[in-house]
Every structure is written in structure tokens, then in C-alpha cells.
Design a protein. Structure first.
Length: 161
């Protein structure tokens, strides 16, 4: 992840590098830049051809970063729901898109905050539920945040310094 060009702090930084690569007519590096940042190759080609003025905007830079990070983490189930919520917030709020792109903000850090909450807020699952589920353990706890709590944790992680 971010092996060749490093991690960019903003869409502006990505676009500055992309403009320099276009000036040098280095399509191969431009494609690598796009791939490394989760930007579609068709967009890179359109940018190289001068059909569009920039490689990405705040939203596409943030979505690309989240998708690259999520693929590396092999997210599943509830974690995918959290990832989709983050992406939706990037579509709806430019300040969220800018915050997600920051170097000091990582999907691992956000999910870690959700996991920390989960461990601190575990509740016993009733014996009746365990019996109905066919679970023979003497005790079982569960601490997954509800959607409102998860949203609050996610927004706080990305938007607070």
C-alpha cells in the first residue's frame, strides 16, 4: 500500500504529482499512481489525454484510500458495513472526505476505536439465547456497537484531531 509514491495527505497532493507525470508524458507511472490510490484506470487515461482537468477530487481520493485499506484488511460483515458508512459520509460531506485522506487517519485506527468500544461494552448473552443457539458455553458476551454508536465513533475518529 502506497509503496511507490507514498501516502498523500490530500487530493491536491495527488493531483500535483499527476500533473507532473502528465507533463513528463509518463503514462505508466500515472497508472501506478492511480492504482496505488484506488483511482480507476479509465480516469487516469482520461486525465493523461487531457479530457479531465484533474485525476481526483476530495471524495474520490478518500473513497480510493478507504477501498485500498479495506482490501488489505480483508474486511467482512459488520466491518464492511462500517466501511460503507465511511464511504457514504465521504460522498455527502467534503470535510469527511478531506479528513479520511489525511496521513494520520487510517481505517485500521477507526476500526480499532470500534473494537475498543466493543470490549469495554460487552454484555452477557442470556442463558435462554445460548440454549436456543445450541451454545454450550457457560458464559458468552457480546459488545458490538449499534449503528448510532458506530456512526458516532467513526465520525469522532476521522473529524477530531
Amino acid at each position: 500500500m502506497f509503496d511507490k509514491f507514498g501516502e498523500f495527505d490530500s487530493a491536491d497532493e495527488i493531483n500535483e504529482t499527476a500533473l507532473n507525470l502528465r507533463k513528463e508524458k509518463d503514462m505508466e507511472s500515472l497508472k501506478e499512481l492511480a492504482e496505488e490510490n484506488g483511482i480507476n484506470q479509465d480516469v487516469a487515461e482520461a486525465f493523461m489525454g487531457g479530457d479531465i482537468p484533474y485525476l481526483c477530487d476530495d471524495m474520490s481520493a478518500a473513497i480510493g484510500k478507504i477501498e485500498i485499506e479495506a482490501a488489505k484488511l480483508d474486511c467482512a460483515e459488520i466491518m464492511n458495513d462500517w466501511v460503507e458508512y465511511i464511504k457514504a459520509q465521504c460522498f455527502e460531506h467534503s470535510e469527511m472526505a478531506k479528513a479520511v485522506r489525511k496521513k494520520n487517519k487510517k481505517l485500521t485506527g477507526c476500526i480499532a476505536k470500534l473494537l475498543q468500544w466493543s470490549f469495554k461494552n460487552q454484555h452477557d448473552v442470556s442463558k435462554e439465547i445460548l440454549k436456543e443457539a445450541g451454545v454450550s458455553a457457560g458464559r458468552c458476551t457480546l459488545g458490538i456497537p449499534g449503528i448510532a454508536t458506530a456512526k458516532r465513533i467513526i465520525m469522532k475518529y476521522y473529524l477530531e484531531a
